[in-house]
Write a protein that binds this ligand. Structure first.
Ligand code: HPA
Length: 279
């Protein structure tokens, strides 16, 4: 029997350390180097990154909820890529499922506790900058956290990171540069993270546009905050699955989001796999 993993809600550092210990045991690797979180439609990327050493339910690491929202898997893979080990989360936990921000952040904190210095986050997003096209990948250059939540709320724990972390270069300029050296056409944009699960109203989309956002979605910001806090470098990529509410005139439907994601999956998979190979 593996030892119990503390509740990430109240003991985020100890929970991440315990899940990292389980990962080491299950994967046979004492450390991992790069973490990848695959959002809606990004999963085929995991088949292109190297040799899958183990794939297990996320719940086996402890600290993760059992359930997964439709369109998201709930497994992780440990992948050998050359001399590096990748930790790939095939789906993620969202705030809108009712989970505490520390539960949403648990994957990233476990990855950093396992040795990952780079965290790659992917998601599906609505695009609101004129000219954005459905199916287009966009590098996230910065975010506006409109979720009203933050995974650092609570007692300060220097083992996790500083009380007041700097967020100036949250989405590593170095990694964005590297990504563009691999794929020069990649545009950048600011991501507004909302709580969901409703899609935005057209008025909300106009609001986030006024605030300087180009993309809107319901994930990523919590994980980015936790990763930066823990000292990791973040590379984040949105797949524009739809034009944001009120822009295209179409109503938003999760099935359409998944269909666009599925149609772009192979291309996005190749993109992430290539990027990870260059990290
Ligand atoms: N809004 C929020 N989240 C999303 C969207 C959107 O338009 N598309 C995909 N995820």
């Amino acid at each position: 029997m593996p030892s119990p993993v503390p509740d990430p809600t109240t003991a985020p550092h100890d929970a991440a350390a315990a899940s990292a210990a389980r990962l080491a045991e299950l994967s046979g690797a004492s450390r991992h180097d790069v973490a990848v979180v695959l959002g809606s439609g990004w999963k085929p990327a995991a088949d292109r990154m190297g040799q899958v050493v183990v794939e297990r339910p996320l719940a086996d690491l402890g600290g993760f909820p059992d359930a997964a929202v439709e369109g998201h898997g709930s497994t992780f893979r440990s992948i050998a890529a050359g001399d590096r080990r990748l930790l790939v989360f095939m789906g993620r936990v969202h705030l809108y499922e009712g989970h505490h921000p520390n539960v949403v952040a648990h994957a990233v904190r476990t990855a950093v506790a396992s040795g990952c210095a780079v965290v790659v986050l992917t998601n599906a997003a609505g695009g609101l900058r004129p000219g954005m096209a459905i199916g287009q990948p966009v590098l996230i250059s910065d975010h506006v956290n409109l979720t009203g939540r933050n995974p650092l709320i609570g007692p300060a724990d220097e083992r996790l990171g500083p009380r007041f972390p700097d967020m100036t270069d949250a989405y590593s300029a170095r990694l964005r540069e590297l990504a563009r050296s691999v794929e020069p056409d990649l545009e950048e944009g600011v991501y507004a993270g909302l709580l969901g699960p409703t899609y935005e109203t057209p008025a909300e989309v106009r609001m986030v546009g006024t605030l300087g956002a180009h993309l809107v979605g319901m994930s990523t910001v919590t994980e980015t905050i936790a990763a930066v806090h823990a000292g990791a470098e973040v590379l984040a990529i949105s797949l524009v699955t739809n034009l944001a509410a009120g822009i295209g005139g179409e109503k938003l439907d999760h099935a359409d989001v998944l269909a666009v994601a599925a149609a772009s999956a192979e291309r996005m998979g190749a993109l992430v796999a290539t990027l990870v190979g260059h990290l």
